[in-house]
Structures are given as C-alpha cells and as structure tokens.
Ligand binder design. Structure first.
Ligand code: TYD
Length: 140
C-alpha cells in the first residue's frame, strides 16, 4: 500500500442525530460510514495543551480519526505532498489510507482523539523512521 497519496485521504461528514436539548449522537457503522471493518478503537486523552502525537506511518492499517472532543491538527504526508486538516467537530472523521505519514499537533487542552482502525495492533505495521518511510514509498 505504498503507492497511496494524501489525496486518497478525505474528511468524512457523518450524520448527526439531534435530540432537541439533550445533545447529539453520531454513529459509525461498518460497511456504511467507513470503507473498512472496524476491528479496534482507541483514544488519546490527557495530551498536554499544544502537544503532539503520531509521527509514523502504517503499511496496511486504515483509520478514521475523530476529534471526539476539543481540537487538533493532523498533517498527512505521502513523501511528496503534505495536507493539514484541523479536526474540531465530533461528527467529522478523517479517513487515513495506508502508507501515509501522520503528525498530530496543536492539541487543545482536554481534547479526545478517537481512532477507529481496520486491524488489530501490530507493531510490524508501523514505520516510525521518516527516512525509512521515504525509502519505502519510493521502492514501489
Ligand atoms: P502509538 O501508536 O505510537 O501512539 P501515537 O500515534 O498516539 O503517538 O502508540 C503509543 C504506544 O501505545 C505504543 O507503545 C504502542 C501502544 N499501543 C498499543 O499497545 N496498542 C494499540 O492499539 C495502540 C494504538 C498503541
């Protein structure tokens, strides 16, 4: 999956079900909201205000990244082009295809980053060195 580009990654606008003054609910369903089956969910929280996460790529993993609360920026990089998305709405999800380097920056205090992932955790699927990532992209 090293031939992907940042233009394969998109912001998905999910449905919001309004419940008058009781708040909203957004549902993510396999085969409907995301183009993969969700096998794992995890969330980042207690990230210090202004903090950063990420700085790696995945070889096969697909993800939907949601700012469940607060905001942060996600910079995607295919080795050629970079695109930065500000996530700050719980009903928007950033679809990140495999083979994309990502940096998460500018976390607001108290932000919650919810990640829905297509595979179980596998450290072998990570590329954590940027030069190694560039070599892996070019090799195709
Ligand atoms: P990592 O994916 O590097 O986090 P981030 O992209 O937010 O900086 O994971 C951080 C640590 O958590 C790493 O040591 C591996 C561990 N981890 C798991 O054990 N299981 C998981 O599903 C995830 C996502 C991480």
């Amino acid at each position: 999956m090293s031939e992907t580009t940042v233009f394969d990654c998109t912001l998905i606008e999910m449905d919001r079900h309004h419940s008058d003054d009781r708040g909203n609910i957004t549902v993510v369903e396999n085969g409907k909201t995301v183009p993969f089956n969700v096998r794992r969910a995890y969330y980042l929280y207690d990230v210090p205000g202004g903090g950063s996460r990420g700085s790696h790529a995945h070889k096969e993993l697909q993800q939907l990244i949601v700012a469940a609360s607060g905001s942060f920026d996600v910079t995607l990089d295919d080795g050629n082009v970079k695109r930065t998305f500000t996530l700050n709405r719980p009903y928007q999800g950033l679809l990140v295809v495999p083979g994309i380097w990502r940096d998460l920056n500018n976390f607001s205090a108290g932000a919650v980053c919810l990640v829905l992932a297509s595979e179980k955790y596998d450290e072998q699927d990570y590329i954590r060195d940027y030069n190694e990532f560039l070599k892996w992209k070019i090799k195709v």
